[in-house]
Write a new protein. Structure first.
Lengths: 771, 136
């Protein structure tokens, strides 16, 4: 029970964050960082059992009728990702306290960050694919808010929207895939699904399922051709980029692929799709990364490359490739997050992130330099850092694949590109003569380098003492492949083909570093035209969507209430008439004995309706409609529907009130319709009325399904302890519907508010409100 | 525009009564005609009358909290009443009941809490609509 409670605590902490940061601006952030720390501590407490092969499981029923439960399944893979998310989260939260010191929206920042963090942990700990999907979408929404954190600027808003649209479109595909998987296997429980992989793989719909799930994973993990949202998302403040784009959000797609590996992998389709798209992303990112000028862009493209690498490795499959997946994931989190934070510190101190104008920063910020150096060396794959071990394993896996020449070439090119990128982002800004920007730079407080240095040093420690990561690597590999794994994790593997390839990569990478500036000048002079770019296609699609939507709205929506009503009534007559015909035509005439009360009320209704039509002022018309309403409620009373009658009375009172409030704003009463349209409307209205009468009569004579009202009447008192069946239905039997309805009401109220506000905004400039 | 004295005095006396009445309708709803929706509409019309007599600014002051606050609290309350079932190992939205012996065997359950949420939401939505139309 403690894991679900801890997750709930994350959302509570998120809700408390704005208030806390307002009362304790300095200490608040550090207090909030307790949450990820506590979550990590809890995972460490669970670790011995899990690493011994006993995953933590806990289920809470949610909607058992639909097979949806809130269940948790924490195995070695969840453990690895959960620890990464939480520990990097602590570092980012502490760092942001310095980076965003005194920012007006600091509380909001932490609220979003904690929400995101909790959602991430919920995804990796989910044991039911539906609850996994809900948490998955929650990460999308919170990352949208985080990327658009500078919401008063146009560019970050557009970047955030793009990321949201692409990832949620993928999310929809994913949901479809998951539902298909669920209906084939008859369960949404992860453990049962993973145990029944053959059932899915041998099913006729496997191809569709694979494509749908891959769409979800590829959009989230920014794989080619959906990669372009990631570099644009660099509009976010640097701590957010460091978090979202190193260890968390973009790794989710990879996590999903690893999670479903026992269920989906091993087919030719899987291998072909993953190695192709992963390989393209990997090589493209590595080649573009070193030639960016913005430090964050260098890191963004190198992240793309690593994400591609992970997909590629999962595509290759097999023990060595999966071991490489785990090692690359750990190493990447440990060097990429510090490098992003280093870029943020440099930006904060000098006011620029341009590679061209940065050099010689080592004297002004020695500790930041140390961080950049260690993390950069790990990224370029130098021994004895963990990055070296990861790169060796990558080369091992490519050499052992079915097509060693193309895969190893791709891996080697990636290694070379990433080396140069590591140099540009982590080391180059600190070397050489101080540039003008570096001379003006201010020194930085420990809050800026303590956390990042710690993370980067872990990469060194883990490389030197591989025994520290070995059990986690073994466990996570076993969890991915769904079978025990046995191998060694070591810095030194002896003289192997991988070592030789690694040597070639090192030599060529050093060459690329030396030639980087020269090459960049050449490349900048080339105009890249004529190449079809996925981002352009996206933009065109985005604009086309608006054109279609506007055209559709113009054609179907009219400002005239009468036109809209006519359309509705006409459709009602047409479709309803067809249904009536299908059910055996007109109803047989009813046998009724009219009570004098019914006759009286009926006459009042008719008279008031005609009076409303003939009224010569708005007020009269409204009053007459009020009479209709009250007469209707009297009818309800006569037939014993007291709740309905009360509701009708209250609603009518409110309608009259509303009318009184707006009547003086309405234009003067006028007759605008010609004789002809009036006759047409009268015919349509009468037909609709007559048809409705038929329908009501028919409803009494046809019995398509057994009515459910008997069930409600029978169960209301014994099961829901209520004698008012209407209320029992609303708050108990159909409470989910009611919950949906009040949510719709809420959305409606917000809509009215926005409409009124936008009317005001046109009249006067809108004031900006703080948190 | 000044409303009539008759209306002002009547509203001043009637609004608290109407609000009390709406609460009564809310509480008796499970066994007799009433409930959160009807109660909410009643309370909202009480605020509506108040608004006609004294204007939107005075109504906001009389209400003390922002209508949106009521909506948010309402939806959250209903959601929470459903989530409570999880803590007792039951599916979402399962009604939980307890019998208070010290209060003469009064039965209290999460459906009432749910209904309170509906009540608050309906008041919030309707009042915010009324006020926005009047302020516009």
């Amino acid at each position: 029970m403690s894991l679900p409670l801890l997750l709930l605590g994350g959302f509570v902490a998120s809700a408390l964050a704005p208030r806390l940061c307002k009362t304790l601006p300095r200490l608040g952030a550090l207090l909030l960082a307790i949450w990820p720390l506590a979550f990590a501590a809890h995972l460490f407490r669970l670790a011995p059992d899990i690493l011994a092969g006993k995953p933590f499981e806990h289920a809470i029923e949610w909607a058992p009728a639909l097979g949806i439960s809130l269940s948790f399944y924490v195995d070695e893979l969840s453990l690895l990702f959960g620890l990464m998310v939480s520990l990097v989260g602590v570092v980012v939260m502490v760092y942001a306290a310095s980076y965003l010191k005194g920012h007006a929206y600091l509380g909001r920042f932490y609220a979003m960050l904690l929400m995101f963090m909790t959602a991430m942990n919920a995804v990796v700990c989910s044991g039911n694919v539906i609850s996994l999907f809900i948490a998955w979408e929650l990460t999308g929404i919170s990352s949208y808010l985080l990327i658009g954190f500078k919401h008063d600027k146009e560019v970050p808003r557009a970047a955030a929207l793009q990321a949201l649209l692409i990832t949620t479109a993928g999310g929809l595909a994913l949901l479809a895939g998951l539902v298909m998987v669920g209906s084939i296997a008859g369960t949404y429980e992860l453990r049962e699904l993973l145990a029944n992989g053959d059932l899915i793989r041998n099913h006729d719909l496997y191809g569709w399922i694979l494509v749908l799930i891959l769409l979800g994973a590829f959009t989230k993990s920014a794989q080619f051709p959906f990669h372009f949202w990631l570099p644009r998302a660099m509009e976010a403040p640097t701590p957010i980029s460091a978090y979202l784009h190193s260890a968390t959000m973009v790794k989710l797609g990879v996590f999903l692929l690893a999670r479903f590996y026992p269920m989906l992998a091993g087919t030719p389709e899987w291998t072909a799709l993953l190695t192709f798209f992963g390989g393209v992303t990997m090589v493209m990112g590595a080649l573009r990364s070193p030639f960016q000028d913005d430090l964050k862009a260098v890191l963004a493209y190198s992240t793309l490359s690593v994400l591609g690498m992970l997909t590629f490795l999962l595509g290759l499959g097999g023990k060595v490739a999966l071991k490489a997946v785990v090692l690359v994931t750990i190493a990447h989190a440990l060097y990429k997050a510090p490098l992003f934070l280093v870029a943020g510190t440099v930006d904060h101190a000098t006011g620029t992130r341009s590679v061209r104008s940065l050099s010689g920063l080592r004297t002004k910020m020695p500790w930041t330099f140390a961080t950049g150096l260690i993390a950069g060396l790990s990224m370029l794959g130098a021994p004895p850092l963990l990055g070296f071990v990861a790169k060796e394993t990558l080369l091992d896996a490519s050499l052992a694949s079915a097509y060693p020449i193309p895969t190893t070439t791709a891996a080697a090119i990636t290694g070379i590109g990433l080396m140069a990128a590591a140099w540009v982002a982590g080391i180059k800004p600190f070397l050489g003569e101080p540039s003008t920007a570096a001379q003006r730079a201010h020194g930085v407080s420990p809050g800026f380098w303590l956390g990042p240095l710690l993370l980067a040093s872990l990469g060194l420690v883990f490389g030197l003492v591989t025994a520290l990561v070995a059990p986690w690597t073994l466990g996570a590999t076993a969890a991915i492949q769904g079978a025990p794994a046995a191998f060694k994790v070591a810095l030194w593997h002896g003289f192997t083909p991988a070592l030789a390839t690694s040597g070639i990569v090192l030599a060529l990478g050093t060459g690329l570093i030396a030639l980087r500036d020269l090459l960049k000048d050449r490349l900048d002079r080339i105009e890249w035209r004529g190449l079809p770019r996925p981002s352009t296609l996206y933009q065109q699609g985005y604009e086309a969507m608006f054109v279609v939507a506007r055209g559709l709205t113009d054609r179907t929506q009219s400002d005239s209430l009468r036109d809209n009503l006519s359309t509705i009534l006409f459709a009602f007559l047409l479709l309803g008439g067809y249904t009536l015909y299908r059910l055996g035509g007109l109803p047989s005439p009813p046998t009724v004995e009219l009570h004098w009360l019914e006759v009286g009320l009926g006459s009042i209704l008719l008279a008031a309706s005609f009076a409303a039509i003939r009224a010569r002022s708005m007020l009269n018309a409204a009053l007459m409609l009020g009479v209709v309403g009250f007469a209707m409620s009297a009818v309800f009373l006569v037939y014993g529907a007291v709740d309905l009658a009360i509701t009708q009375i209250v609603v009518d009172t409110l309608t009259v009130l509303l009318f009184v409030l707006v009547v003086h704003k309405l234009p003067r009463f006028a007759r605008l319709s010609t004789k002809k349209t009036m006759i047409r409307d009268a015919i349509l209205a009468s037909l609709a009325g007559i048809f409705m009468t038929f329908l009501v009569l028919k409803a009494h004579q046809v019995n398509v399904h057994e009515p459910i009202s008997g069930f409600f009447a029978e169960k209301a008192v014994p099961e829901a302890f209520g004698r008012n069946i209407v209320n029992v239905i609303l708050v108990d039997f159909r409470a989910l519907d009611t919950l949906g309805e009040i949510t719709v009401l809420m959305a409606g109220a917000l809509g009215v508010y926005l409409l009124v506000r936008s009317g005001e905004a046109k009249a006067k400039p809108r004031e900006v409100q703080g948190t | 525009m000044k409303a009539s004295y008759l209306l002002e005095i009547a509203t001043r006396r009637l609004t608290p009564l109407l609000l009390l009445f709406s609460l009564w309708a809310l509480l008796r709803g499970h066994n007799a005609p009433g409930g959160g929706f009807i109660g909410g509409l009643m309370a909202a019309s009480a605020f509506g009358f108040y608004s006609i007599s004294f204007g939107p600014t005075a109504t906001r002051a009389y209400l003390r909290v922002d209508p949106f606050m009521l909506i948010g609290t309402g939806v959250a309350t209903s959601l929470f009443s459903g989530l409570l079932a999880w803590f007792f190992g039951k599916p979402f939205l399962t009604g939980l009941w307890t019998k208070l012996d010290w209060a003469g065997g009064l039965k209290l359950g999460t459906p009432l809490l749910f209904d309170v949420g509906v009540y608050l939401t309906v008041i919030g939505v309707t009042v915010s609509l009324l006020l926005h139309l009047e302020e516009d």
